[in-house]
Design a protein around this ligand. Structure first.
Ligand code: ZN
Length: 432
């Protein structure tokens, strides 16, 4: 993923103090600890630009399996309202562990409800345990059912309190520096669950603090209809009218972005988190990613919340991105290498990170060793493309800042059996 998109056969990557010093052939090994990666393709770590990790404990909920966005949300809100801070932490840890095992080294998260005393701090704690980079966004909902919004009143917060807590978490956790493990963004949930005033105030606060802005936009036809009926404009124009365009903003989904809105995003450098599995799962549609990329819109991948995917697997997401682009725009709409680029460099740009996404000198040593000896790849003719075309394989190793998070195909920072047992207990309680 360097500027020339070089692929180096039999190459080495030299790492010092958590950063890549060199990538090329026959690098000096004297004094270095050598990790043998023969039989592997090494790529930059994958980057996830949209998730709701609190939803991991509500995968495949029967009543929400076959609904579209608004009905799906109405079914799940009451379950989410029962979650405790421990549930939020556990749910995040399970999702992040799964992401790490899919080759993800940096994930964002959009936590927009805080039941029973939960805080953004809970998801940050989970990320620190799993050991991947984390862009936590302080989400929020403020317009409940009684005021024409979608969520129940019990799940919405007072807008002054939202802004106060937003400021608290930015001051407490945001690291603007190179190699940051935790960054914080502001993320009112969506046009149909917060007021225009909160959107505007969040944008002002984010710019004052130098942090990024994130929300959902133009997810499906209902969403566009809500925007036209309530604000008299298309979602992209609504975003622009509130200060929600710019290279410090990224929007999730954008399935229904029109050509003028795509041009607006390109002109302003506004990013998009493309979530093809979630968009298929909820029958929202296929985002016009070919047109976005051709126009110059920054695009990254997002697995989206685990209640609408229902997996936190970036390899599957990259594969799905390639497949649905072809369904929409023909067989040449997206190749495997472009899908890989969107999953790495694309995501890094969307999250505003110039220090990850490529195996080039000066970048953070976030890299994945993909074992091409797996049966799923037996018979391949092009190991790089096979990573996307074939069934995703579990990485042999995943490094974040030079530190192994996955080794020998196993997660080194948490015990998946323990996570699964705790998740089962939590689900039994939430369902009861
Ligand atoms: Zn979402």
């Amino acid at each position: 993923m360097d500027d020339a998109r070089r692929e180096i056969a039999g190459g080495d990557v030299l790492i010092e103090h958590g950063k890549i010093v060199a990538a090329g052939e026959s690098l000096p090994r004297e004094g270095a600890e050598v990790v043998e990666a023969a039989g592997c393709v090494i790529t930059p770590g994958l980057v996830n630009t949209h998730h709701h990790l609190f939803q991991t404990l509500t995968r495949a909920v029967p009543a929400a399996q076959d609904a579209a966005l608004f009905g799906w949300l109405r079914t799940l809100y009451p379950i989410w309202a029962r979650m405790t801070p421990d549930d939020i932490r556990l749910s995040a840890e399970v999702g992040l562990a799964e992401l790490a095992l899919s080759g993800c080294t940096c994930s964002s998260d959009h936590l927009y409800l805080y039941p029973n005393g939960a805080r953004l701090d809970d998801s940050i704690e989970a990320a620190q345990r799993v050991g991947i980079r984390f862009t936590a966004t302080r989400g929020a909902m403020s317009i409940g059912e009684s005021r024409g919004g979608l969520p129940p009143d019990a799940l919405v917060e007072n807008e002054a309190a939202i802004l106060k807590d937003s400021e608290r978490v930015v001051d407490a956790f945001h690291n603007a520096g190179e190699g940051a493990m935790v960054q914080v963004g502001l993320a009112p949930c969506s046009p149909f669950s917060v007021s225009r005033e909160l959107m505007r105030d969040a944008a002002i606060l984010a710019r004052d603090k130098g942090v990024r802005l994130h929300t959902h936009l133009a997810e499906n036809d209902e969403d566009v209809r809500y925007s036209l009926d309530n604000f008299g404009m298309l979602p992209g124009d609504y975003a622009e009218s509130l200060g929600w365009t710019g290279d410090d903003v990224w929007h999730a989904h954008c399935v229904k972005l029109s050509p003028p809105e795509i041009a607006l995003f390109a002109r302003t450098g506004t990013g998009v988190a493309h979530c093809p599995c979630s968009n298929a799962r909820l029958a929202s549609g296929i985002a016009p990613v070919r047109a976005m990329r051709d126009a110059g819109v920054p695009v990254g991948l997002g697995v989206d919340g685990s209640a609408s995917n229902d997996c936190s697997h970036l390899g599957l997401e990259a594969r799905q991105a390639m497949l649905v682009a072809r369904l929409r725009d023909g067989p040449a709409a997206m190749g495997a290498r472009e899908a890989l680029e969107i999953a790495t460099l694309g995501g890094a740009r969307v999250l505003g990170r110039g220090d990850i996404g490529a195996l080039t000198p000066g970048m953070q040593a976030d890299l994945v060793l993909w074992d091409v000896s797996d049966l799923a790849l037996a018979g391949q003719w092009d190991p790089v493309a096979a990573l996307i075309f074939c069934a995703p394989v579990r990485p042999r190793a995943v490094y974040v800042g030079g530190r192994a998070v996955v080794g020998d195909h196993r997660l080194l920072t948490a015990d998946p059996r323990d996570l699964r047992a705790r998740a089962e207990r939590a689900v039994a309680r939430l369902a009861g």
